[in-house]
Design a protein around this ligand. Structure first.
Ligand code: ATP
Ligand code: MG
Length: 350
C-alpha cells in the first residue's frame, strides 16, 4: 500500500513515541504501524450472530463483514459500530478494534502498544472516554487522541505548524468537518453530521419513490460512486440497478440516470456547501487572506464525487484542491505523527 511516510528502524523506539495510529472512521478504519505505514484499510463493519442468553458472537469483521451486508440469514446481522465519527456500539467497536490491531501487528510484536486514535473535532468528553476505555480494555499501554482535521491536514501536506491559515474540508461517511488551521491548532471548525452515508440513504429513497424498487446500502453506494456528480454537466450516463419491486416483491432491474442521482444527493451536497460558506464567513480576517491565496483543500471519500471541485469553486469563488490521497489523509497524518514524536507532542496538545 502506498501509505508509507518516513522509515525509522522499528527497533529504535524514540521516547514518547506511539506504535500504532488508528483512523476509526464511520465507513472505513485504517491502521498505520510505525515504521511500516498503512497496513490495514477495511470497512468499519462487524457481522454478529445471536447466541443463547441474548448474547452476540462476532462472525466476521471488516471486508468480510461488508460483503455480507444485506445478504445474511435472519440469525446474522451486520452492524456499523461507528456512527458520525464516534463509537455508537461500544462492545462491537471494541471487538472490531481488537480484531484489526491483532491482524495488523506482526506475531512477535506482543508488548502493549501506545495507540494514537484520530477523532472528529466536535466530540464530547463521554465520546472521548469511550474510545480511551475501548483502547485500554484491549491492552493499550497509552492512548493519545488527536483531532481528525489536524491529522488530515498533515496527511495532505499542509503547513500546519506554521502561522499560515489553511482551510480543510473532510467529507467522510458520517460527518463533514470544515476546519481553519494555523500554528498546529484548529482556529475554528464547523462540523455537520452529513456525509456519504446520507447521500446513500437519499438514493435509496429516490429509487423507491420513483422506480418502486428496494435497493440495499451497498447498491446505493455503488451507483453514487459510478454516477454521482456535484455539478451536472449534461452527463447522460445511466446504470442498470437490481433490486426488489416494492409492490410485487419480485426481483426487478431498472435504469437510473446520472441526473436522478444528482437530484437525490442535492440536499446533502447543499448542506456541505453551506457548512463551507458558514466557516468562510467566520474566518478571522488575518487568516482569510491566506485562504483566498492558497485555496480550500478537500479530502475524505466525499471529495471524490465527480465535479466536487467545480461545484465548490463556483459556490465560493476560491481555488479548490482535491487531496490526491483523499481516502488516506487522516491515516497518513496520524502516521506522520507517530513517526515524529515532536510533531505528535505539538498536535496532541492542540
Ligand atoms: N469515488 C467516490 N465517489 C463518491 N463517494 C465516494 C467515493 N469513494 C468513497 N466515497 C464515499 O466516501 C465515504 C467514505 O469516506 P471516508 O473513508 O473518508 O469516511 P470515514 O472516514 O470512514 O467517515 P467519517 O470521517 O465520517 O467518520 C463513503 O460514504 C463512500 O461511499
Ligand atoms: Mg474520516
Amino acid at each position: 500500500m502506498n501509505g508509507f511516510v518516513k522509515a525509522r528502524a522499528p527497533w529504535s523506539r524514540p521516547y514518547g513515541a506511539a506504535d500504532i495510529s488508528i483512523d476509526l472512521g464511520t465507513a472505513n478504519t485504517l491502521v498505520y504501524i510505525r515504521g511500516r505505514g498503512i497496513v490495514l484499510n477495511e470497512p468499519s463493519v462487524v457481522a454478529v450472530r445471536e447466541v443463547a442468553g441474548g448474547k452476540q458472537e462476532v462472525v466476521a469483521v471488516g471486508l468480510e463483514a461488508k460483503a455480507l451486508v444485506g445478504k445474511t440469514p435472519h440469525s446474522i446481522t451486520t452492524v456499523r459500530p461507528i456512527k458520525e465519527g464516534v463509537i455508537a456500539d461500544y462492545d462491537l467497536a471494541k471487538e472490531m478494534l481488537e480484531h484489526f490491531i491483532r491482524r495488523s501487528r506482526r506475531p512477535w510484536q506482543f508488548g502493549k502498544p501506545s495507540i494514537v486514535v484520530t477523532l472528529p473535532h466536535g466530540v464530547t468528553e463521554i465520546e472521548k472516554r469511550a474510545v480511551e476505555e475501548a483502547g485500554y480494555s484491549i491492552g493499550a499501554k497509552k492512548i493519545v487522541l488527536i483531532k481528525e482535521p489536524i491529522a488530515a491536514a498533515i496527511g495532505a501536506n499542509l503547513p500546519v505548524l506554521e502561522p499560515v491559515g489553511s482551510m480543510l474540508v473532510d467529507i467522510g461517511g458520517g460527518t463533514t468537518e470544515v476546519a481553519i488551521l494555523s500554528l498546529a491548532g484548529i482556529v475554528c471548525c464547523h462540523s455537520i453530521r452529513v456525509g456519504g452515508d446520507v447521500m446513500d440513504e437519499k438514493i435509496i429513497e429516490m429509487v423507491k419513490r420513483k422506480h418502486r424498487l428496494y435497493i440495499g446500502e451497498q447498491t446505493a453506494e455503488k451507483i453514487k460512486i459510478a454516477l454521482g456528480t456535484a455539478w451536472s454537466d449534461g452527463d447522460t450516463q445511466r446504470a442498470r440497478v437490481k433490486g426488489r419491486d416494492s409492490v410485487t416483491g419480485l426481483p426487478k432491474i431498472v435504469e437510473i440516470t446520472a441526473e436522478e442521482i444528482a437530484e437525490a444527493i442535492s440536499t446533502p451536497l447543499r448542506a456541505i456547501v453551506n457548512a463551507i460558506k458558514t466557516a468562510l464567513a467566520t474566518t478571522p480576517p488575518a487568516l482569510a487572506g491566506d485562504i483566498v491565496e492558497r485555496g480550500i483543500i478537500i479530502t475524505g471519500g466525499g471529495a471524490l464525487i465527480r465535479n466536487m471541485d467545480t461545484r465548490l469553486q463556483r459556490e465560493t469563488g476560491l481555488p479548490i484542491i482535491i487531496d490526491k490521497s483523499a481516502l488516506l489523509s487522516v491515516a497518513l497524518g496520524g502516521g506522520k505523527a507517530i513517526e515524529d514524536p515532536e510533531l505528535l507532542e505539538a498536535i496532541s496538545n492542540g
